[in-house]
Design a binder for this molecule. Sequence first.
Ligand code: OSB
Ligand code: MG
Length: 382
Amino acid sequence: MRIEQITLREIGMRLKTPFETSFGVTQDRRTLLVEVVADGVRGWGEITAMESPSYNSETTETAWHIVSEFVAPLVIGQEISPAAELPGLLSGIRGHGMAKSGVETAIWDIEAQQQGMPLWKLLGGVRQEIPCGVSLGIRENAQSLVRSVEEELSCGYRRIKLKIKPGKDLDFVRAVRNRFPNILLSVDANSAYRLEDADHLRALDEFGLLMIEQPLGWDDIYSHIRLQAQIKTPICLDECINTAEQAIAAIKLEACRIINIKLGRAGGHTSARDIHNVCNLQSIPVWCGGMLESGVGRAHNIAMSTLPGFILPGDVSASHRYWIEDVIEPEVEVSPQGMIAVPTSAGLGYTVKTELIERLTVRSRTWTHGVRLSVPAEVDVQ
Ligand code: OSB
Ligand code: MG
């Protein structure tokens, strides 16, 4: 395919309720969407960077910079086939997986449409529905957390993940576990603890958790090895794993027993699938993480979650939990059994609501190759 046009846009989306993690509170998402046209076919991707560099080192603003100055100029006008070639083209740009992923995933969407095939099938997916869990932000007190868990379980969700931080951990987990002794329950610390907290974290062992996600430093595999040797609860790495090589290191060194795969962190479908393949070979279960995505990112997460190694329920949940109105049609819905039915049409499998996106757009920039379109002055022609 010949890449004819790339549009990068920032949209503003307000979450229905603020989402609190150990690193802060998020309500107003500044999401970047990428629209690519190749051979006349239009594909969509999402850049999942947060507003501040508190989850990983990327931000909305750094991703805007990297796509504008480096990724788009490199990709525009190129002949790319298959989509899996793109990471090679971008390999001179170190890091910035989320920025790259926005473009890479849009190109996968195009390739799937060109082949008349759902994206999930093109990726090698094997599931017609995916099991869903929810990630619950930190609450004021344990009672309100228990109420939220109750609500989510009544919607069918199959795994509940609680965000924790020092001072809001053991009592909260105990309250939920006492009320629901048998559910699949996990916690996510987003790097809020230090290795010196090992005794404190060992106290979580009695709650029979499915996993504790990223308790220690965001880029610190060594300390997780030391911690895993001291606690029974399986460690799941999130922030630490950007590449298949890092996944192998973490698995072989026993830093974790489960890995959370996020498309943005991995740099797109190609690298995410590589991480998945490594984990599968080593019998390490994986699941799909979330970044409070709009429907575009959510649709890509659903496609990825159909790969055979995604055996645990992920953080991919219904659009209406996040947004008054999502940017795709139909919105993502979860069945009373806690499953999302995978779409059957070609490409992403959802219709992108371009008028709504236009209304939400804060800024945009377009690169075109070849014929100059009649578009506003801010367009760069290369
Ligand atoms: O660590 O998984 C995480 C949200 C923002 C940043 C990091 C994380 C999360 C979530 C929410 O847990 C997942 C979701 O519901 O999209
Ligand atoms: Mg996490």
